[in-house]
Design a protein around this ligand. Structure first.
Ligand code: SAM
Length: 368
């Protein structure tokens, strides 16, 4: 699909024509990813963060937020819960925790891999190459690192410079892939300052990076962040014509176009979609390109503290009602819960090359 065509779809407002986009994306999703929906159990194991991203409620500058770090036993209990509920993957997510005990985390991953059939996805933000290699060697299967926006000017505006400055993530993703991780990235839709043109670039970057998983969610303003203070409600106020809107409609267009441009990837119907539309967010995502759902398995006592943005969907939901909600959602769509670990077709095609991945390569990074 050419740039102009992507841009035209992003700006399309005619509901009848948009039905065509949804149905094209749904057809490609069915043909390439099938009717199974892979369910991932999310464990938000630490909300400590060294970064001070302008949009995120867990930014280091937010002193009022109580911080927590789950113990190794607590993480293992959540992983066992995922297995007991029949999920195939755990996603271990945290802030960019400066005191993350990488050896301890490697030990937890080794135990999960030894004691369960689960795939392990890591989402820890930017880590040193030797840490990424160490965790991969411990058995982590996947790494998820959103590049948020490919617009380097905007990136600089929303990520403070200085000691803990984050580097541009587009530069780190190739290394993650080289280490043999099934590699995921994605963006936020509607960050203040994001333009339609840069959104087209983002979709083109998805294709260029040859990703295995792509997650997109609307930017949800947090009132205690600089980006959040630019919005007086859940949507941006008085946006300029070049400003991307932080709505579910635009996010679904991005997801549908992503499915058309990268047919073999896994695409989650994200929590942010369900946060803006509790009723229909997950369902619409699954009907417009997505084939993955996340359920939150973080112990309830910590969940509220993982406050990326307020009123996150599913914040108080226990594992049993959660499973029932997911089953009923899938039944209503005529879809089924995926079996096994649910790797993407894109990754399956690369797997033989990765299997022969020189262990030396990993070790070389470990030694650095
Ligand atoms: N520390 C890891 C990282 O930086 O990748 C994982 C945690 S981070 C909080 C996970 C994702 O949350 C980010 O990649 C970003 O896209 C998303 N996020 C942060 N603030 C958000 C907001 N206000 N609205 C929507 N998504 C947000």
């Amino acid at each position: 699909m050419k740039r102009d065509e992507i841009l035209a779809w992003l700006l399309e407002e005619n509901p009848d024509r948009l039905e065509t986009l949804w149905s094209l994306a749904d057809g490609v999703r069915r043909g390439h990813a099938g009717d199974s929906v892979h369910i991932r159990g999310l464990i938000e194991f630490s909300n400590y963060c060294r970064s001070n991203c302008h949009y995120c409620g867990m930014r280091s500058g937010r002193r009022s937020l109580a911080r927590y770090r789950m113990t190794q036993d607590e993480i293992l209990d959540s992983a066992r819960e995922a297995m007991a509920r029949g999920y195939g993957t755990v996603v271990m997510q945290s802030g960019e925790d400066p005191h993350l005990d990488v050896d301890g985390l490697a030990g937890v991953i080794e135990r999960i891999k030894r004691e369960t059939p689960l795939a392990v996805t890591l989402s820890l933000g930017e880590r040193a190459p030797q840490e990424l290699a160490r965790l991969r060697e411990a058995g982590a299967d996947r790494y998820y690192l959103r590049f948020e926006t490919s617009d380097r000017h905007l990136w600089k505006q929303i990520h403070p410079s200085g000691k803990n400055a984050v580097s541009h993530r587009l530069d780190l993703l190739p290394l993650i892939k080289k280490l043999g991780y099934e590699t995921g990235s994605g963006i936020m839709v509607g960050i203040p300052g994001q333009t339609w043109d840069s959104l087209v670039d983002d979709i083109e970057w998805f294709r260029r990076l040859d990703l295995d998983m792509i997650g997109c969610g609307p930017f949800v303003p947090h009132p205690e962040t600089p980006s959040g203070r630019e919005c007086d409600d859940r949507v941006l106020s008085n946006p300029s014509p070049t400003q991307v809107l932080n709505t579910n409609l635009v996010t679904c267009k991005v997801m549908a176009l992503t499915r058309l441009v990268c047919p073999d990837v896994n695409i989650p119907s994200t929590t942010a979609l369900a946060t803006l539309d509790q009723e229909d967010g997950y369902r619409l995502g699954l009907q417009r390109g997505a084939n993955v759902l996340m359920v939150n398995l973080t112990p309830l006592k910590y969940r509220r503290l993982y406050e990326i943005y307020p009123e996150k969907a599913g914040i108080g939901e226990l594992p049993q009602p959660q499973r029932e909600r997911v089953d009923s959602l899938l039944a209503g769509l005529g879809r089924t819960a995926g079996e096994g670990t649910g790797a993407s077709r894109n990754f399956e095609a690369r797997r033989p090359a990765i299997a022969s991945l020189q262990r030396g390569d990993l070790c070389q990074h470990c030694r650095k």
